[in-house]
Ligand binder design. Sequence first.
Ligand SMILES: Cc1ncc(COP(=O)(O)O)c(C=O)c1O
Length: 401
Amino acid sequence: MLNAAFTAAADAEIAQLKADRVYKRLNHLESPQGARVRMEGRGEVIVLSSNNYLGLANHPTVVDAGVDALRQYGAGTASVRFICGTFALHRVLERELAELAGTPAALSYVSAWNANEAFTPTHAGPDDMVISDELNHASIIDSIRLAKSITKCRSAVYKHSDMDDLKAKLEGSRDARRRFIWTDGVFSMEGSIAKLPEILELAREFDAVVIMDDSHATGVLGATGRGTAEHFGVIGEVDVITSTLGKALGGAAGGYVAGAESVVDLLTQRSRPQLFSNALPPTVAASSLAAVRVLRAEPERVTRLRENANWFRGAIREAGFAPLEGETPIVPIIVGETALAIQMSELLLDQGVFVTGFGFPVVPKGEARVRCQVSADHTRDDLEQVVRAFQVAGKKAGLLK
Ligand SMILES: Cc1ncc(COP(=O)(O)O)c(C=O)c1O
């Protein structure tokens, strides 16, 4: 017998989410991810809410590499890496990810979520202080929570990109054995870039370790897409960089931690998502490796992404919207209430533009937004069509006159 009370409670919660109009309905795609996709029940739509920044999710080289690896290695090792071996392919991938990040070593995980979750409990001990930007990704926040409960490290949160507050938190933790500063490279809901040079300066002043999650910066920032460190000309100066393979680098899944040999090796030795969970499937590892190589061989994709993002920011502003200022391909348009963000995304989908509205608790109350994400794969026609759709939807929703 199933537990009826348990199911009834879940039913009630789901009904409440629907009544509050914050229930997330999944849209099903019938074609590969790209600038335009076929959506079940909708036909062709332009995608403006994917992290497929470089358009590599369906790149022939990336797809073929996955197929070839499936034939060469099969589906997987059927256990965790230290127990039953690891594929040579993972070693090559990790070497090239380290080169991309500008660090001596890297270790892959099945997701960036896992990579982040692995880091803090492995490295932050009871006498250490972990200091985190308030807008850091949920996986960083959970990683710190986990570390606090496992190793009893201390933690503090500084106001978003507020260097005075970070400094105060560092001052207040002089007694700690070590200080870790955790930051996103690019903040996913704002599209803003971390003040990395200032963070590094403070880290030097207070002898702190900097860990940066570059998930929205890898393949995006810097002249050749090597991320936030390249953007600021400080490659090799960030102690630890984590990132995802699930966005610009092919978009399947996977993540990694890049840093010094021993720092990474300790993760192999001790991090629980590594010790108690399988490695990336070879298909995904090979596709990601191919994506890294396409990025290295074709930096013009990064240039195109930047040009598209700049054009879109200007055009959407001219159309009467006020996107958050920034220089990344994440272009958030604040609309206020969650219901309005959801209404905007529905009105846009009616016109063939797929872009998601985000509300509380993903973003602060009253700051619900439609988050646009531009890809190198969008043509000018795609983006012009998007701007026209925004004008129509904006008028219907009462955001534009
Ligand atoms: C900043 C950041 N870190 C980590 C992740 C998690 O990435 P993954 O899908 O590889 O777990 C995301 C994905 O949303 C992200 O935006």
